[in-house]
Design a protein around this ligand. Structure first.
Ligand code: CTP
Ligand code: CA
Length: 223
């Protein structure tokens, strides 16, 4: 393999990855979602598996193929993702939260299609649980928790640093999604890897698989 040089440095480790976007259905034909394709989560899971880890990937709806060496746990809603992630978290040494989780969901899912004329008045939104925060509260010392943040605007990095603290993360992979050629759905990605001790490390525009391997290379090194 190009980036591991055949290294199996994650042998004996268990990795949990969340990826893709969640869908919060309001009725049988409509949902609240986002443009995530699952590509970054799948790349991370693939890289970890190639490096010898047992990998669980909790993945929102995705069109992309997942290699058979990855344990795939398909989910649709944020609530399903949370249940599965909490279940798999306890045994995971390394946790990558690459999913784009919906921030709001309809209070209820209507069994019948809601007439569009009543959507404006009938649709009631509630906040979705923060899966990462939920996991962070039960994190043990031997676990490494890595979050992702897709930011926009000039102050994207400051916003990302605040997020790292607010979410009690060991690491945060932050990127700007308002630049062309990276972010949602793109094949390539570019990011800043921020650590909880204040370090930051720029990763240049590379394929998402290569990005995954570069992240793993950096996490290994004590910061
Ligand atoms: N995340 C999560 N559960 C949520 C929302 C976010 O686990 N309900 C995780 C994401 O997988 C990501 C990190 O939290 O690793 C940051 O997600 P982001 O959407 O950037 O942060 P939010 O706290 O939702 O803030 P905002 O959307 O307002 O920027
Ligand atoms: Ca969010």
């Amino acid at each position: 393999l190009l980036w591991t040089g055949g290294r199996r440095d994650l042998a004996g480790k268990t990795v949990l990855v969340t990826g893709g976007g969640t869908r919060e259905f309001l009725d049988p034909v409509r949902f609240i979602g986002n443009p995530s394709t699952g590509r970054m989560g799948i790349a991370l899971a693939t890289a970890c598996a190639h490096r010898g880890a047992l990998v669980h990937l909790v993945l929102g709806p995705s069109e992309l193929p997942v290699p058979p060496e990855v344990q795939l746990w398909p989910v649709t809603s944020a609530r399903q993702m949370e249940q599965r992630a909490v279940e798999l978290f306890a045994g995971a040494h390394l946790i990558f939260m690459a999913a784009a989780v919906a921030d709001v969901r309809p209070r209820t899912k209507s069994p019948d299609k809601i007439p569009k004329a009543s959507l404006g008045t009938q649709l009631e939104l509630v906040a979705v649980d923060d899966i990462l925060l939920h996991l962070a509260h039960s994190k043990q010392d031997w676990q490494t928790l890595v979050g992702f943040a897709a930011q926009t605007g000039e102050d994207w990095l400051t916003a990302a640093r605040h997020k790292l603290e607010r979410k009690h993360l060991d690491w945060l992979v932050a990127n700007r999604v308002d630049e062309p050629g990276q972010g949602f759905g793109s094949r390539d990605n570019q990011a800043m890897l921020l650590s909880n001790c204040g370090h930051s490390d720029a990763i240049p525009l590379v394929s998402k698989l290569e990005m995954a391997h570069r992240l793993l290379d950096r996490l290994e090194k004590p910061s």
